[in-house]
Design a protein around this ligand. Sequence first.
Ligand code: NAD
Length: 498
Amino acid sequence: MATKQPEADWNKRARDLTWDGRALIHGQRIATSKEIEIFSPVDGRYLYNSGLCDAVMIDRAVRSSRSAFERGNWSGISPQARASKLLRLAELIVRDHEELALRDTLEMGKPIGVAVGEVAGLAPVLCRYYAECADKIYGEVPGTDQGSIAFSLREPRGVVAAIAPWNYPLANAIIKSLPALAAGNCVVLKPSEMTPGSALRFGELALEAGLPDGVLNVVPGDGIETGASLVSHSDIDMVTFTGSTATGRAIMALASSRHIRPVMLECGGKSPQIVFADAPPTPDLAPHILGEILVNQGQLCVARSRLLVHRSRKEELLAKLASLARQHVVGDPLDMGARFGPLAGTTQRDRVMSYISSAQQAGAHLVAGGASDRHCGVLPTIFDHVADDMAVVKEEIFGPVLTVQTFDTVDDAVRLANSTRYGLAATVWTEQYPVIHAMVRRLKCGQVTVRSSIEAFEGPGFALAGEPQGDSGFGGETGLDALRNYTAVKGVILAGGR
Ligand code: NAD
């Protein structure tokens, strides 16, 4: 176990941290001819050069994974044997969680205290969940005549191209690769060009856990060259992608340019937080509502970025939200006490700020925030008096920006909730069963959370499946369905028994 170091050491540890941005292919670190300079959103410091895999390097990675798949020392072993190695991988993540967290903090600006919590808490839990699913994927045995037996087998698809975003660098590397690996596939993982550090270390930990060479290759690089070469490679059997809707659309076309193959898309969102008149008292409610937009500085696909509130509750709730939002500062990500940090880079900051100014120009009323702070930071921002057709209401901003709209009836609430092209998640605050039923049935999204009282909320962990709708994609990354997505069903008929 790594010894825990004093909190004050994070700046020193950041300076002492060594980086290796080379690709990880077939158990070896390999230098690339092109590289990407990585700068930290913490303070703009240069961190290191990451590799940029070109089409030749991608071909090498795919051929490595193909040979690993055909060799059968992963795809052909028992699910329990795969699970035991993936459980070992979870232990190694726990062992190295501080180092992995520091990489995520330095590359995307998430406060170190939050990153440590994610890597120590979320990452191993994800790993263990998927590992333990490995032997729970069954085929079916339909009824037949007496002379035959028929059943279906669920087989791994083969070589999976996995493309990840930067918002939860390590967690996304796990979510993209673990269910595929648990189901017996081999994976070529491409992390975001902004945050390849923890994914490359994750690939090394997988080797240490006993995954054979080539079962998990990690190919750093950009989208245009590395990502596009990977998803269009002719020897990939499936593509799984998490990222923006625009990229997802391009990937779907690229993936089918040469062959038909399955694609899973987990894309953007614009999820509503729907507050009915009987919702809990404002002092209890407001911190939850703010927390669900400010989590990860709003850089979360299921961030609840639209508050839809019953007219009778609006003024009081908005006043409380604004006063809470104004108490936030953009903290130093290397300060263990910071809970709100900068955005993931200057591009992301500029993008968020441009949505803020476009909303102001369009006549929205700025209630809190609206300014940038520190290097790459944006203060928690709330807009009132927004119109349905404003970009700040319709488009995913991926930053700490909340819009507020009012409704009078259940029909109004449903119309507003379903009025964007996305369909990831929604939260509903009410205790009235007829309203809960109406909302659960009528909301167009993959996951609905109903909170009739704050204390009553209990999470199902990763066992609950939910599939994005609309421009948020399709597939689903939790529950046993996550693993099923990475298998192909083969029907088998044993005939002629008489
Ligand atoms: P992005 O779409 O810009 O990039 C995602 C990944 O795709 C990166 O690795 C990038 O290099 C790669 N890529 C870009 N162009 C490509 C191409 N032509 N071919 C192949 N790969 C290509 O997204 P981002 O900015 O990294 O992440 C933020 C987005 O991710 C947000 O829209 C967010 O909602 C979404 N997201 C969704 C979920 C979910 O589960 N639905 C989870 C996390 C993030």
